[in-house]
Design a protein around this ligand. Sequence first.
Ligand code: NAD
Length: 514
Amino acid sequence: EKTSLDFLKQLNIGDVSQAVCTGQEWYGSQDNGQYDSYSPVDGKKIGSVRKASKADYEKLITTAEHGFDHWRRLPAPKRGEIVRQIGNKLREYKDPLGKLVAYEMGKSLQEGLGEVQEMIDICDFAVGLSRQLHGLTMHSERPNHRMYEQWHPVGLVGIISAFNFPVAVWSWNSMIAAVCGDVSIWKPSEKAPLSAVACFNVMQEVLKENQLPEGIFSLIVGDVPEIGETMISDRRLPLISATGSTRMGKRVGEVVGGRLGRSILELGGNNAIILTENADLKLAAPGIVFGAVGTCGQRCTSTRRLIIHESIYDKVKDMLVKAYSGLKIGSPLDESNHVGPLIDTDAVKAMQDAIQAAEKNGGTKVFGGDVLEGDGYESGCYVMPAIIEASNEMEIVQEETFAPILYLLKYSGSVNNAIALQNGVKQGLSSSVFTTDMRESEQFLAAWGSDCGIANVNIGTSGAEIGGAFGGEKDTGGGRESGSDSWKAYMRRQTNTINFGSELPLAQGIKFDI
Ligand code: NAD
């Protein structure tokens, strides 16, 4: 059955797209190669995007600097009004954009649409925020003095995004940055460049209707050595927000730190759910299964480890094997399927290698792990999610494998032993406990409990609401994005003291007679 690609037409995506957009204008090198985007759904080529050159990048930065000078002078609520219109435009194009995200990345249609909804929601959030970029006032110790702080935009913000949320991560950063008065430059993942092109095609109508200059929102598609590395070492970008693997984040952190720039790092996770002896298993089951196999295990918040009290271990194992046996694997565009493909055949290989390593380390596979073949699986990217009995100290369990592998770990004694296992990895993104016991849940949330950026009780690890600050500790990078007061990372704080008297008293009562 042929997938209807009408959504490409609706999004104005042709065979070959240009590498750079500064809002409305598209341009870029014609002879620097291109990315061909293949769908993991059916293995077919969707289209291509040209790769930008260094000269393209330089041109873009000049435009962005001009754009910034205009944009920062616009009152924040007026900037919010533009973001409001972008949100409405996304509402209009939600269906085709969600389909493209699903088709290019391989997540389910429902999740593709959900990702666009997240963009819409963050626009709404940013609109409200545009009237709430509050600073504090302080009481000066000197007479006739007023002291307060205000928040100014930082300037040009570089956004580097991962393949698994090909559009939402851009909006979390760019829409918040925009109301803050910053302009943004987005380098999307080379594995999902068409979704990025589509976002700009959708947004450009708003920029045109409002007669805004170029350079407020920019997109640049290109290679890591040529564009990615150039961005992170460029002092004209005071802030880099990077989402991806810990390996990438360490490099970005080092280079940006080396020039004393700022970075927001949103890196890998190794998320665990704890099931105590007081867990409501009926509640936990869908949380575990969705967390482990949803998006084919390719969410930064996917559940990778299940830490189970020994008294319920066998029961939980049987329950999961039964649930996994009923999973339907196939095209994510067919809503009756539970699990779609991995992003590419390299990811399939990485999953196979991880399963082998786990078995070599003494782990026992109790379900799945096979690569699927035959009708509907021609892309070679479909796998059967795996369940493996393991122990926390195994090297492979300590790593994030970006695939649907769930490790079962057993604990005995109190919930504190489970928390120690949960914290006993390098990453610190998302964590959760299922328990109906208030003492256990409070231990988990205490200062000596979960060490993650996200800690949930009686819901799984996967996914998060945009209203909260999103991110994690340790090897997850420490950055926070999206809701709460994450906007502060996109602004510079200025402390102002104003003397409205006719004397100049120095601080700390210092006398300096001249
Ligand atoms: P990746 O690290 O391979 O690539 C991410 C992005 O970084 C891409 O755009 C890539 O081109 C770019 N990049 C790589 N090296 C770079 C360099 N030296 N300089 C500049 N840019 C560079 O990650 P991926 O495979 O696309 O995504 C999967 C990873 O992302 C997983 O580890 C997942 O946990 C993580 N992730 C984290 C979050 C979060 O919010 N914490 C969200 C989504 C994904």
